[in-house]
Design a protein around this ligand. Structure first.
Ligand SMILES: [Zn+2]
Length: 120
């Protein structure tokens, strides 16, 4: 099951490709904060031991969540069980690909509507 907050579709009403470029140019920390704000990444994680986990930046390796309890110190992948799990792509690429896929759907369905109008 994916974890994260609630995504509000109204946030994307005025969204366009310029926004995608701005988002993709963000640093990792700014990007992850943005994804947390719009609800596609969790802001906090709870360890299997019940303790809170913190975001750990690991130079040269992928980010992780690490348990704050020293005796446990369990780590899980930063994107585990999120929209971005099960992919080796950069989250920027996944976000852009998702945007373009949605855009293609919108164009397809609006052209369907135009075709329907012509038939009426
Ligand atoms: Zn723990």
């Amino acid at each position: 099951m994916e974890e994260g907050g609630q995504v509000n579709i109204e946030d994307f009403k005025e969204f366009n490709h310029k926004n995608i470029i701005d988002i993709c140019n963000k640093s990792d920390s700014a990007l992850f904060a943005y994804f947390q704000d719009i609800g596609i990444l969790p802001k906090t994680r709870t360890c299997v031991c019940g303790s809170e986990m913190r975001h750990k930046v690991r130079p040269g390796r992928a980010d992780a969540w690490r348990c704050k309890t020293k005796n446990c110190a369990k780590e899980i992948g930063y994107f585990k069980n999120t929209f971005f799990s099960n992919s080796n792509l950069d989250p920027r690429e996944i976000f852009e690909f998702t945007y373009l896929t949605c855009l293609a759907e919108v164009i397809f369905f609006s052209s369907c509507h135009q075709d329907m109008d012509l038939l009426m």
